[in-house]
Design a protein around this ligand. Structure first.
Ligand code: ADP
Length: 406
């Protein structure tokens, strides 16, 4: 009963002490292990982060691509970007970036930036001069992280990539396509030309041969063949003349003598010439209002356009009338000069085509199909336009609309 407690429970206490020691050792071992596991996990995470960063840097370093992030007023950029623009490695403001942007692109850039609050992704091409070596094309892509996701702050993050090479390549392709189109145009022009030249030349050669080698031709036949040769020679001369005129006008090699002209006087002169050429049963009507209109034009060239309209009207109208007139259009301060006929008309789908070179509806119609293309070039150089209204079987109306001068 009087045995001391420590002696009485000597073994029990020893047992507890050993157990506690063991437990402590186990706890320490467990803590050390979890610490080392945690450390290893952290090292691995850091390693993989570094690896990802390095591969990303490697991937974008060769392509002049820079990562950036806009928070509030400041932009945090890829360190290489700071080196490129020779800026200390610290935040840069949006205004400082705008300073590098081409003035013509600023409005578009701001429009995209203002919309970024609602539109969460953006892609645009802008011209920047970051190095002072001239403007180059850059692609700006970014996404907006809403304040709710980015912890209360409104963040825009994205990539800036130099795409000058792509743009250069694009330009080369456009040039190549233009060259190919021009070559094609040239080829079709040459095909048309050789066709248009061959037809009258064959007629001239054929009838000249008949005249020389056929002794039995009557005087009437000889006159008729000589007439055919003459008509075809004129046709050839007109073709050469038209082609030269069109080419000179298109290369702006033809000077226009622009003066203030009275439309009424000009049309009266044209009417006088054509009233001899347009014969009954066709009626030739002049429709000139009392009030004159004035235009800034080359008299000879404008006369050429109206004459071409009248010649065409004569060619394609066998009965009814041809009307020449003008109307003032005070609302737009323009005047419209028109030639109206009651001829065969032009189908809707051909209204555009008649202004193409060498276009003729019928292979057998007179002319080579260069009259209207020449008219179009002249009228455009006079600052006007040509309008066509037509109904098949009922007639056509060709109008030149020109700005009026006081
Ligand atoms: P061209 O120089 O041979 O006269 P244009 O270029 O003046 O040729 O006209 C081209 C074609 O437009 C004509 O062949 C004809 O088919 C059509 N055209 C032009 N004017 C008229 C018209 N007043 N009525 C019907 N067709 C017309």
């Amino acid at each position: 009963m009087y045995i001391p407690f420590t002696e009485r429970y000597h073994y029990t206490l020893l047992y507890i002490a050993v157990l506690s020691g063991l437990l402590l050792l186990l706890l320490i071992a467990f803590l050390i292990r979890s610490l080392s596991v945690e450390r290893r996990r952290k090292r691995e995470a850091q390693h993989s982060l570094r690896y990802e960063h390095e591969t990303l840097t490697l991937a974008i370093s060769g392509s002049s691509t820079y990562v950036w992030r806009l928070e509030g007023e400041g932009i945090i950029c890829d360190p290489h970007f700071y080196d490129l623009i020779r800026h200390p490695r610290e935040r840069i403001t949006l205004d400082e970036i705008i300073h590098f942007l081409h003035p013509d692109d600023r409005e578009r850039f701001y429009r995209g930036y203002r919309a970024s609050e609602n539109v969460h992704t953006h892609k645009g091409h802008y011209r920047f001069d970051f190095t002072g070596g001239g403007y180059e094309w850059w692609e700006l892509r970014y996404s907006t992280l809403p304040a709710t996701v980015s912890g209360g702050k409104y963040i825009i993050t994205g990539l800036l990539q130099n795409i000058q090479d792509v743009k250069d390549h694009e330009e080369e392709l456009i040039q190549a396509r233009r060259l190919a189109e021009r070559a094609e145009l040239k080829q079709s022009f040459l095909n048309n030309m050789s066709h248009e030249i061959r037809t009258p030349l064959n007629a001239i050669a054929g009838f000249a041969n008949l005249l020389v080698y056929d002794p039995e031709l009557s005087e009437t036949e000889k006159r008729e063949y000589a007439g055919i040769i003459d008509t075809n020679t004129k046709l050839l001369l007109k073709l050469v003349d038209d082609v030269l005129q069109l080419s000179r006008m298109e290369t702006a090699n033809m000077s226009f003598d622009l003066r203030r002209e009275s439309v009424r006087h000009l049309l009266e002169a044209v009417y006088r010439t054509h009233s001899v050429l347009i014969k009954p049963p066709l009626e030739f009507i002049a429709d000139f209002p009392a009030e004159d209109a004035f235009v800034h034009a080359d008299r000879m060239r404008l006369t050429q356009v109206v004459t071409n309209f009248l010649n065409n009207a004569g060619k394609f109208t066998s009965e009814g009338h041809i009307r020449l007139g003008y109307v003032r259009l005070p609302a737009t301060r323009e005047v419209s000069i028109y030639v109206e006929d009651t001829g065969i008309g032009i189908p809707q789908e051909e209204r555009e085509m008649i202004f193409a070179r060498f276009y003729k509806r019928s292979e057998f119609s007179q002319g080579v199909g260069l009259g209207l293309p020449i008219c179009k070039v002249i009228v455009e150089r006079l600052g006007g336009r040509i309008e066509v209204k037509s109904q098949v079987g009922r007639g056509s109306r060709f109008t030149v609309v020109l700005p009026c001068v006081e």
